[in-house]
Design a protein around this ligand. Sequence first.
Ligand code: SAH
Ligand code: SF4
Ligand code: F3S
Length: 476
Amino acid sequence: MSDNPENKVPKKLFIKTFGCQMNVYDSDRMADALAPQGYEQTGIMEDADLILLNTCHIREKASEKVFSELGRMKKLRDEREHNGKTTKIGVTGCVAQAEGDEIIARAPVVDLVVGPQSYHRLPELVAKARTERVIDTEFPEEDKFEHLPGPTKKATVLRGLTSFLTVQEGCDKFCSFCVVPYTRGNEVSRPVSHIVAEAKNLAAAGVREITLLGQNVNAYHGQGADGADKGLGALLFELAKIDGLDRLRYTTSHPNDMDDELIAAHRDLDQLMPYLHLPVQSGSDRILKAMNRRHTAKSYFEVIDKIRAARPDIALSGDFIVGFPGETDADFADTMTLVKEIGYASAYSFKYSPRPGTPGALMSDQVARKVADERLQALQSQIKQGQSAFNQACAGRTMDVLVEKQGRLEGQVAGRSPYLQAVHVDGDVSLIGSIVPVKIKSIGPNSLYGELIDTSMPKTANMVENTTHATSERSA
Ligand code: SAH
Ligand code: SF4
Ligand code: F3S
């Protein structure tokens, strides 16, 4: 029944998203693209007429998940068929791009395979998949963002107070372990005016915080109003002019692309939150070279010094890979030293996973799994210690919290600090949507707890000082 295009009964769409924030953003764009066809998003997979698996290919485990998920979906599709309902199943994202043909061959349950560059074609591809199996993993000439509809105001409101906004896609860096340049293609930046227009729409629908996304976001070089290319710093200065947009963030960045204008944005823009994810991957120059990172541990420290000079309270986060081919105990010790010296507020660490088609997979001196496991454990425990030290140091401080939702406990609300920490606050749901000064009282394993500073009270000298700290949290 739902196959009939004339049928006015809304069809249900379920999207399961894996991988990075860009996939989260893309999933919303796909839902927006299919909404005019009558597809309404549901959180219940069993109800869906169309299921899309938006996949990630970054590590082996990530792509294995896709095939096990497809097994589960086959059962579900058969059950629905038993009840006279049709279900179409599509695979999108980076596994679709990298292994599209293999998916079609290995998983007969899949009706549709669409790579990340073809999402604007989704409505016609879904229509075609009614009668035949469809695969589109082209890198089309046209700009997909130009052709992808934005969300309705209602959809944006439902998605909450914070939003992702992709400004750049693809990567030209070719780190020797990484599939992204193959799955997402060359670096492409969207024009400044398009991004500003999208950000204004988000702000008009009540969004207060935007995270700009790109696989290599600080390599952004989109066309400005004067026709010349603008960097990420210039883009941030433009976005900071938008009324109602109180918080800006961006992710993820490469150390070599932290230019002076971007660092100046960290110095000058109150809206730019003092939290930066700047992956380094390893502390050993030998390994960084083998990874084709094109920077050294020293140049990474130099960049961090510059950023800290501009914004002393900045919290840092990073990514690390252990067990890259050829990594010795001494190389790993260099990574541990770097982690201790930088003092990350948080960091992600991964065991190296050889990816088909990348130079790393062909390197001869692969590290034994057991050794990589041990290194990962040691690194994670060091990172945890750093994170806990960072959080403990927040006790007694006053910081701004963007209140996003009801808390776990009755009478509590929850939100994020400028440093992206989860903060629970005693308070009423009427606070949702506000940015309020909160005094941090205690530190839990995964979140902070604080009390609202009553700004309606007459300000004493002491409080004025406190609130000043709260709004800017910076010492220069
Ligand atoms: N564009 C981002 C990273 C994207 S991938 C950047 O340049 O920093 C996210 C993280 O996954 C990487 O930073 C890296 O730490 C990890 N990663 C990527 N490929 C990997 C692989 N083959 N094995 C293990 N971890 C990997
Ligand atoms: Fe992958 Fe990031 Fe390196 Fe690009 S810069 S190849 S996305 S790790
Ligand atoms: Fe994964 Fe693709 Fe993102 S491989 S990390 S979903 S760019």
